[in-house]
Every structure is written in structure tokens, then in C-alpha cells.
Design a protein around this ligand. Structure first.
Ligand SMILES: *[C@@H]1O[C@H](CO)[C@@H](O)[C@H](O)[C@H]1NC(C)=O
Ligand SMILES: *[C@@H]1O[C@H](CO)[C@@H](O)[C@H](O)[C@H]1NC(C)=O
Ligand SMILES: *[C@@H]1O[C@H](CO)[C@@H](O)[C@H](O)[C@H]1NC(C)=O
Ligand SMILES: *[C@@H]1O[C@H](CO)[C@@H](O)[C@H](O)[C@H]1NC(C)=O
Ligand SMILES: *[C@@H]1O[C@H](CO)[C@@H](O)[C@H](O)[C@H]1NC(C)=O
Ligand SMILES: *[C@@H]1O[C@H](CO)[C@@H](O)[C@H](O)[C@H]1NC(C)=O
Ligand SMILES: *[C@@H]1O[C@H](CO)[C@@H](O)[C@H](O)[C@H]1NC(C)=O
Ligand SMILES: *[C@@H]1O[C@H](CO)[C@@H](O)[C@H](O)[C@H]1NC(C)=O
Ligand SMILES: *[C@@H]1O[C@H](CO)[C@@H](O)[C@H](O)[C@H]1NC(C)=O
Ligand SMILES: *[C@@H]1O[C@H](CO)[C@@H](O)[C@H](O)[C@H]1NC(C)=O
Ligand SMILES: *[C@@H]1O[C@H](CO)[C@@H](O)[C@H](O)[C@H]1NC(C)=O
Ligand SMILES: *[C@@H]1O[C@H](CO)[C@@H](O)[C@H](O)[C@H]1NC(C)=O
Length: 791
């Protein structure tokens, strides 16, 4: 039996390997073997047999060859160095009479090897070192990389990598460029050397490590055909290369992803994008990635503009920023030029007005973009714009629909205020998520600016200002304490108009009354069905009090984690009886799903609707309140910004709650909206399992490095046993046919949210869609966490 398998294995091995495997193998090439031709059937091996070099036929045509170096010990695509373009059958590699190593397409052709290959003729040998470096005398292949750099290959001294398709370059060991000059990313600190453990040393004493640092693996740094620089690691357990680091993840920000005039639209995940044509344009003949789009109707004398929300065309030296105080000045500047293809305008009063002359290149759509693009089309064009803000795309239930409107009429001060405030804060977020407090100072500046523009009156329906006495009466002298939170104690009260309220007395709040008022006005403007409404505030005698709508059913944790519950990992212990709770009903699947969806939508609203400016930073079941009909409502949003400066400095790295904090809080990495996505993923798993992520007991899972998401992943995707992680209290009403789809979607979405690397996690808008089932969910990767080694 085993002999048979051995034979089978040998057989498979033999047929699956390319012709060079028949070839004679050698450790060196010298005058005595010269010349070397594709017909010599010769392969040069490194002493450790990890690398090989020689002529390799192209898969597409057996009569064309590359002279290449490749990983011999890995089974997946693996060429690390290659001559370009391919060679014909009469190519030769020889040592000339003067001792130079000479590669040519025919015996008399010019040398295709770069650099000076001269050496002593009789004594020099061509050899392949253990690290994959091919060397001959003073010449070595490491000095002339193609699209790949190997560990131990120095990148100092200005190396250039070119992607296989020739579109992208990594130059000077720092810059990523398209079409030789169009830079789209600067890695700031030049790369110097990748070591065998997976640590990249950079200039200025910087360095980073790959995600499987330390493991003894084959690795390579490659500039891929999509313009991203990635480090790959060969994972023997799946016999394939996996990405362990990459330079960027927004493919839409890579110049050249889509052709001229086209707009790149990404759904917030790292790997997918679409190139679409703007209204008034249609795909040009050929691939839209290369050829882009062309106008349906050429511009005549009579032209008009179509507004594309959140679209930025980033290409071209011919973008000119001409400060223009208002929209019509900017518009008329564009109209005056025959070669103006459109303009971008920002409503922040700073006069951002960018004309696009001659061409429209590298366009992308992203809710993080603060401007609208006004695209010039012919007057006869009938296409309507379909780039209209997140609101329509997300279809959230949101009473206030904010998108970038056309310039308001003079009388319409209210809308204008909303726009200005929103854009200002989006700008703030982008300039530094971590430094919330600097923002308070700036707000004053913006407010003064707004005042000079005659905009000091904020829209109607803002929060009411209460006096301390009013609130003291409403809460019967703060007697009915209903909660204690990180931001302060919460009391129940009743206003004179019979509205029941929750009154939150804040601790450690920065700034004077005016600043507090300004902040609260912003928070009060966030309206969403799934956000707790802020009705008013009090800023008096050093008191900082917020008045919220009262949400009757309390917070989610009270329902989800009832005492005495044990989730057993033991298959046989079916004796865990459902614990009846006299006070709290047990939430059924339908309600849990609705809670998940509502929470996802409201966080997406915070992240994306108001142009991405509010991070929650503390999503957990305690902050999810349940209203009538168990409609979930998030509380405490926007409060992270109110903290005192000194508090922020000391605790800024420790926002949030253990168990829900994304790894980047601990790793000191920048905090982005993806930190909230992680916390939400944890809540989602808890909704499914009914247990706290750090409180599961059971014989098998007491070890230090137990990690809930990893355990859940193994149960669901390895053991294929979804039922193992479901809340036992409602197992009896779990009907696998009716509920499998919902539960499966919740678990898969949670796994995507819980990825260690923020860029692997979907955006909150995408999460909401995944839960809705309006997008397909691909198989998630197993969540690991950096300080726990995986298997
Ligand atoms: C190289 O291998 C090919 C096919 O395997 C064979 O036809 C050819 O004769 C071999 N050439 C030499 C020089 O051995
Ligand atoms: C050989 O070179 C061509 C052209 O440069 C390239 O497209 C191809 O990927 C190379 N093949 C291998 C096996 O390296
Ligand atoms: C070598 O010759 C082949 C045809 O025999 C041709 O296809 C190929 O492009 C040539 N390569 C170079 C580098 O000139
Ligand atoms: C190439 O290198 C050899 C020594 O390795 C040196 O003698 C020769 O001058 C060099 N040729 C050029 C063109 O630099
Ligand atoms: C190299 O070898 C050839 C013949 O094998 C010999 O004639 C020549 O003198 C040698 N050259 C040197 C520099 O040793
Ligand atoms: C790494 O590079 C150094 C210097 O180029 C060389 O001496 C050493 O042998 C290389 N290591 C391996 C494993 O090839
Ligand atoms: C680095 O290489 C680029 C292109 O190859 C060249 O333009 C530049 O001058 C080089 N810089 C240095 C410092 O050698
Ligand atoms: C590479 O760096 C050198 C100096 O460090 C600079 O002169 C050159 O312009 C850079 N090349 C590119 C393509 O950025
Ligand atoms: C590359 O740049 C040149 C001139 O700078 C331009 O003519 C050409 O169209 C560009 N190619 C692409 C693919 O954008
Ligand atoms: C706008 O319409 C075009 C063509 O009708 C389509 O390809 C594109 O996907 C649409 N864009 C959006 C954002 O829906
Ligand atoms: C920029 O515009 C000028 C005149 O409008 C034109 O001559 C030039 O070719 C443009 N440059 C590019 C890179 O498009
Ligand atoms: C548009 O993109 C360019 C290049 O990435 C960037 O510098 C600019 O700030 C962006 N504009 C807006 C309004 O986001």
C-alpha cells in the first residue's frame, strides 16, 4: 500500500514538474560548460537546493525562454529574477574570450545581462548562493532586481523594481510610481534590507516586521501587477504564498488602476474595485482599466456641469488650485477655459477650487473625499449623475440625509451650515484621528470664520440648554441612579413636559462653556434611528451634563449575559439547562439579527454619512441600549472628543474596553474606523453565542492564549459545527433550515470584522451590507492575534 502511494507520489511529482526537472543539475557553470543553451537541459542549483537558475520555457510558448532564478523548494509560482524580454531557441549564455559572462539571443548578439560582467576567464565560476543570489566574479543578480527582492538582498543604493506588466515601478527604494513619473505612494523611509526573520530595516532607523515574523519561511518582496508592494511568505501547510505585509490597500488610490476619465469605486475591502464611467461617458474600445472612458457627446459651446459627490480626480500636473471664495467664481473660471474638463470645490470657505485642465486621470470615489467634482458635459447630455453620497447607497433609515448639495441659495443658511460643519469636521478627522483635542481649539477658529461669513446661527432643532436647577428638579436631586459609565453617572428623570430622560453628568471634560456647547451641538446633530437622541445639555457652574432620551429596556448585556450560564465545549454535556430569568426575556434569533443590523447601520452612519468623522471607540453591549420593540440604540458616541487634554494624553492609548479593543490600540498603530469594526465583530459573536468573549469557562479552554474568535472560527469553519457556538438558551428554537442562513452570515461577518490587520476588515458600510445579505461574503480568514502564535 505505502509503496503504491510512493509510486503515485513520484508519478505526480514527475508529471507536474516542468521540463527542467529532467535536466542535469550543477552547482557551478564555468568555461568548461560554456556555452549554455536552452537545449543543454542544464539547471544551476544553490548548495541548499532552495533556488535554481536556468532557461525556462514560457508556459505560453515552448520556443521562447526566460533566463530566470526561481524558488525550487516551493510549489507555487516562484520566479524571483528573470531576463526580459523572452529569448528564442538559439539563445546562449557563454563566457567570452575576454572572460565576460554573455547572454544573447543569438551567438553574435549584444549582451542582455545588465552591468559589468567581466572577470578572470579561466578561474571564475557562475554560482547560485544559498540566498538566491547568482554571482559571477564581481557581478551579481542582487544588484539588478526585476520585480522581486529576497531576504538578504540589499536595497540600499537606489534599486528599482518593475512590475511584471511593466505598469508600475518602485524607485529609489521609497516611491511607487505609475508610467515612470506618476507617483501614488511614498513609503518615506527607504527600504534597506529584509532579513531572514521577516524584519525590514529602513532608513532613519525605522523598521517593521511581517505578520509571521520569526517563522523559518521562504519570503519575497514583490511589486505586483496591481501596483501594490507585498511581502509574501510560503506557507507549507497550504502549499502557497500568503501575503504577510503590503504597502497600501486602497487599490483605487493606485494611479493607473483605471484608465483616463474612469472612476475607481471600491467597496472598502482590500482586494476589489470597479472601474466605472462617469455620467456622460462610455467605455472606450478596449479594457476600461487601460483605455478608460470617452465622452458620449463631444463638448460644444453650450456646456453644463454634473455633480459627482465624493469623487476626486488626482492625476496630472495640470490641476490648478485657484482659491475662489464662492462656487460661482470657481465655476466661471472653468467655463472660461475651453480645455477645462471640470472642477472640484470644497465648501469650507477656504477657497478650495481645483480646475481639471486637458484631462481627467486617476479618479476615485470614496466617502473620505471632502469635495464634489463638477464634471463638464455637453449641454445636450441627458445622463443624470449617479454619484450621490452614501445615503442612497447604504439605504439606512436616517432622518437627516446629508450629502453634498449644490451651492445653496443665499437664503438657505441652514443647509449651508450643515455642510460647512460636516466638511470642517471631516477635514479635522483626516488631519489626525488621534489628536482630538487640538480640534477643540480649531473649532473656535471655524466658528469665528463662520461668524464672519454670517453663519453663526446654527440650524433649528439644536439641543436645548437646560439650567442646573431644571435638571435637579427633573431628577429629584439626582436620586435615581441608573448607570455608571466611563464618562460619568447616569440618572433617570422626567422633564416638565413629561418626557422621560436619562441625565448623564460628565466627568473630566475639557474647555469652557462655549466649546462644550459647540461640541454638544455637533453630537446632537447626529440623527439616526439607531442612535440615542441627545435632547439637551447643561453647562453651568463647572457642571457638564447631557440630557438624552430615556431608552426603557436597558442595555444589551443585561439580556445577553445572564448569570450562571455556561457554554460548554463538551459535546456530551447537553445537560446545560436553559436558565429561566424571571426579569429578562431571552432574545430570539430574529431580534438578535435586527440588533446586529441596526448597530451596524448606525456605526456606518457615524463613520461614513457625515463624511467619516466620528469614531465611537467604545462599542460594547453596555453601550447598546434597547428601545421599544428591542430596537437597538447606541449611546456614548462622540464623547471621546470631550475628554480633557491631560486625560487624553494618558489614556489616549487606552480608549475602549478590554475584550473589545482592536489590536491596534495595543500595537500603537494609528486608530481608524476599522477599530470600531473590530469591536463590533466581537459584539456580533457575543450576540450569536450569548457569552462574554473573555468569560467562557470549560475544561478545554482555560489556557492563557485562548482567543474567542479563533475558537469560534475553528468550530464553525474547521469542525463545521455552527451549533457548537450558538447560545444554548435558544438552541431549542433554532431551526437549521430557517435560521442557518442568518446565523451563518452573522458568524462570517464577525470573522471578517475580527481580522487582526485593520485593512483586512471591511468598512462598516460593507459590514451592514454583509449582514443584510446584499453582498456575497467570501470565506473569512482565521482571526489570529499578533501576540498569540497561531498553531
Ligand atoms: C534536452 O531535453 C529534450 C527533451 O527532454 C531532448 O529532446 C533533448 O535532446 C535534450 N538535449 C540534450 C542536449 O540533452
Ligand atoms: C518571462 O518573461 C516574460 C516577459 O518578460 C514574462 O511575461 C514572463 O512572466 C516570464 N516568465 C517567467 C516564467 O518568468
Ligand atoms: C529573441 O528572438 C526571439 C525570436 O527568435 C524573439 O521573439 C525575441 O523577442 C528575441 N528576444 C530579444 C531579447 O531580442
Ligand atoms: C569591468 O570590471 C573589470 C574588473 O572586474 C574592470 O577591469 C573593467 O574595467 C570594468 N569595465 C568597465 C567598462 O567598467
Ligand atoms: C586559460 O586556459 C587556456 C586553455 O585552457 C590557456 O591557454 C590560457 O593560458 C589560460 N589563461 C590563463 C590566464 O590562465
Ligand atoms: C547574506 O549576504 C551576505 C553578504 O552579501 C553573505 O555573506 C551571506 O552569505 C548571505 N547569506 C546567505 C544565507 O546567503
Ligand atoms: C536613482 O535611480 C533613478 C532612476 O533609476 C535616477 O533617476 C536617480 O538619479 C538615482 N538616484 C541616485 C541617488 O542614484
Ligand atoms: C532618487 O533619489 C535621489 C537623491 O536621493 C534623487 O535625486 C532622485 O530624483 C530620486 N529619484 C526619484 C525617481 O525619485
Ligand atoms: C504615460 O505618460 C505619457 C506622457 O507622459 C502619456 O502620453 C501616456 O498616455 C501615459 N500612459 C498611460 C498608460 O497613462
Ligand atoms: C453610474 O452609471 C454607470 C453607467 O450607467 C455605471 O457603470 C456605474 O456603476 C454607476 N455608478 C454608480 C456609483 O452607481
Ligand atoms: C498642461 O496644459 C498645457 C496648456 O494648457 C499643455 O500645453 C500641457 O501639455 C499640459 N500638460 C500635461 C501634462 O497635460
Ligand atoms: C485628491 O487627491 C489628491 C491626491 O491624492 C490629494 O492630494 C487631494 O487632497 C485630494 N483632494 C481631496 C479634496 O480629497
Amino acid at each position: 500500500m505505502s509503496t503504491f502511494f510512493l509510486f503515485l507520489l513520484l508519478f505526480i511529482f514527475t508529471i507536474s514538474n516542468p521540463p527542467p526537472s529532467f535536466a542535469e543539475q550543477t552547482l557551478s557553470f564555468s568555461v568548461s560548460n560554456s556555452p549554455w543553451t536552452p537545449q543543454s537541459n542544464l539547471t544551476l542549483l544553490s548548495p541548499n537546493s532552495h533556488f535554481a537558475a536556468g532557461f525556462r520555457p514560457l508556459p505560453s510558448s515552448p520556443n521562447l525562454f526566460n533566463f530566470s532564478i526561481w524558488f525550487r523548494s516551493t510549489s507555487a509560482p516562484n520566479v524571483v529574477w528573470s531576463t526580459n524580454p523572452p529569448l528564442g531557441p538559439s539563445a546562449t549564455l557563454s563566457i567570452t574570450s575576454t572572460g565576460a559572462l554573455h547572454l544573447s539571443n543569438s551567438s553574435s548578439g549584444q549582451n542582455l545581462l545588465p552591468g559589468n560582467t567581466s572577470a578572470a576567464r579561466n578561474t571564475t565560476q557562475l554560482k547560485l548562493r544559498n540566498d538566491g543570489n547568482l554571482f559571477y566574479g564581481a557581478w551579481d543578480s542582487f544588484a539588478f532586481p526585476t520585480d522581486t527582492v529576497l531576504p538578504n538582498q540589499s536595497m540600499e543604493g537606489n534599486i528599482t523594481l518593475v512590475s511584471k506588466n511593466g505598469k508600475f515601478r518602485f524607485t529609489n527604494s521609497t516611491k511607487l510610481v505609475f508610467n515612470l513619473t506618476e507617483q501614488y505612494q511614498d513609503l518615506t523611509d527607504a527600504f534597506k534590507n529584509l532579513d531572514f526573520d521577516g524584519k525590514m530595516t529602513q532608513a532613519n532607523g525605522k523598521s517593521f516586521i511581517v505578520s509571521d515574523f520569526g517563522l523559518n519561511r521562504s519570503r519575497r518582496l514583490t511589486l505586483d501587477n496591481d501596483g501594490n508592494l507585498r511581502i509574501y511568505s510560503f506557507d507549507p501547510s497550504i502549499a502557497d504564498w500568503t501575503v504577510v505585509w503590503q504597502s497600501g490597500y486602497e487599490l483605487c488610490q493606485v494611479h493607473g488602476t483605471c484608465g483616463p476619465n474612469a472612476i475607481c469605486v471600491s467597496d472598502g475591502t482590500s482586494s476589489s474595485y470597479d472601474c466605472v464611467c462617469p455620467p456622460g461617458f462610455q467605455p472606450a474600445p478596449g479594457a476600461i482599466e487601460d483605455q478608460g472612458c470617452q465622452r458620449k457627446i463631444p463638448l460644444s459651446k453650450n456646456t453644463k456641469f454634473l455633480k459627482l459627490d465624493y469623487v476626486n480626480f488626482t492625476g496630472g500636473s495640470n490641476q490648478t488650485n485657484w482659491p475662489a471664495t464662492n462656487f460661482s467664481i470657481c465655476e466661471s473660471r472653468c467655463l472660461r477655459r475651453a480645455n477645462c474638463e471640470g472642477f472640484m470645490f470644497k465648501y469650507d470657505g477656504k477657497g478650495y477650487c481645483v480646475l481639471q485642465l486637458d484631462r481627467l486621470l486617476y479618479g476615485y470615489w470614496s466617502p473620505g473625499t471632502e469635495t464634489a467634482m463638477f464634471l463638464r458635459v455637453d449641454g445636450a447630455e441627458k445622463d443624470q449623475t449617479n454619484f450621490t453620497g452614501m445615503t442612497e447607497l447604504l439605504e439606512t433609515t436616517c432622518p437627516v440625509q446629508i450629502s453634498l448639495p449644490l451651492p445653496p441659495q443665499e437664503s438657505n443658511a441652514t443647509t449651508r451650515n450643515i455642510i460647512i460643519i460636516c466638511t470642517l469636521f471631516a477635514a479635522e478627522l483626516i488631519s489626525g484621528v488621534l489628536f482630538f483635542w487640538a480640534f477643540i481649539k480649531k473649532y473656535i477658529k471655524y466658528r469665528d470664520m463662520a461668524r464672519t461669513l454670517g453663519l453663526e446661527f446654527l440650524p433649528a432643532g439644536g439641543p436645548k440648554r437646560f439650567s442646573y436647577a431644571e435638571l435637579k428638579a427633573a431628577t429629584k436631586d439626582f436620586s435615581n441612579l441608573i448607570g455608571k459609565g466611563g464618562f460619568g453617572d447616569v440618572y433617570k428623570g422626567e422633564l416638565t413636559d413629561q418626557r422621560v430622560v436619562a441625565v448623564k453628568c460628565l466627568k473630566h471634560v475639557a474647555g469652557g462653556d462655549a466649546e462644550f456647547w459647540a461640541e454638544v451641538t455637533i453630537i446632537a446633530r447626529m440623527h439616526h434611528l439607531n442612535l440615542v437622541r441627545l435632547w439637551g445639555f447643561c453647562a453651568e457652574k463647572g457642571q457638564r451634563i447631557l440630557v438624552y432620551e430615556y431608552v426603557p429596556n436597558g442595555s444589551l448585556d443585561k439580556y445577553l449575559f445572564q448569570p450562571g450560564r455556561v457554554l460548554s465545549t463538551d459535546q456530551d454535556s447537553e445537560n446545560v439547562a436553559p436558565v429561566a430569568d424571571a426579569e429578562k426575556p431571552i432574545l430570539d434569533w430574529g431580534i438578535r439579527y435586527r440588533i446586529a443590523l441596526g448597530v451596524a447601520r448606525s456605526i456606518a452612519y457615524l463613520h461614513e454619512e457625515c463624511l467619516e468623522w466620528v469614531l465611537h471607540c467604545d462599542i460594547k453591549p453596555e453601550n447598546i441600549l434597547l428601545g421599544d420593540d428591542f430596537c437597538p440604540k447606541i449611546s456614548d458616541f462622540g464623547l471621546a472628543k470631550l475628554k480633557k487634554k491631560e486625560d487624553m494624553v494618558s489614556i489616549s492609548r487606552m480608549q475602549g474596553t478590554r475584550g473589545y479593543m482592536a489590536p491596534e490600540w495595543v500595537k500603537m498603530d494609528p486608530i481608524t474606523p476599522k477599530a470600531d469594526v473590530y469591536s463590533f465583530g466581537m459584539v456580533l459573536l457575543e450576540l450569536v453565542s450569548g457569552v462574554r468573549n473573555n468569560e467562557i469557562q470549560g475544561s478545554m479552554i482555560e489556557s492563557e492564549d485562548w482567543y474567542f474568535p479563533r475558537w469560534a472560527f475553528d468550530k464553525v469553519f474547521k469542525e463545521m459545527n455552527v451549533e457548537d457556538i450558538l447560545d444554548r438558551r435558544i438552541m431549542h428554537c433554532y431551526d437549521s433550515r430557517a435560521h442557518f442562513d442568518t446565523v451563518n452570515r452573522m458568524v462570517k461577518t464577525a470573522m471578517w470584522c475580527l481580522q487582526d490587520r485593520p485593512e483586512m476588515r471591511p468598512s462598516m458600510g460593507k459590514v451592514a451590507k454583509m449582514l443584510e445579505g446584499t453582498v456575497d461574503i467570501t470565506e473569512p480568514k482565521k482571526p489570529t492575534i499578533f501576540f498569540l502564535t497561531d498553531d
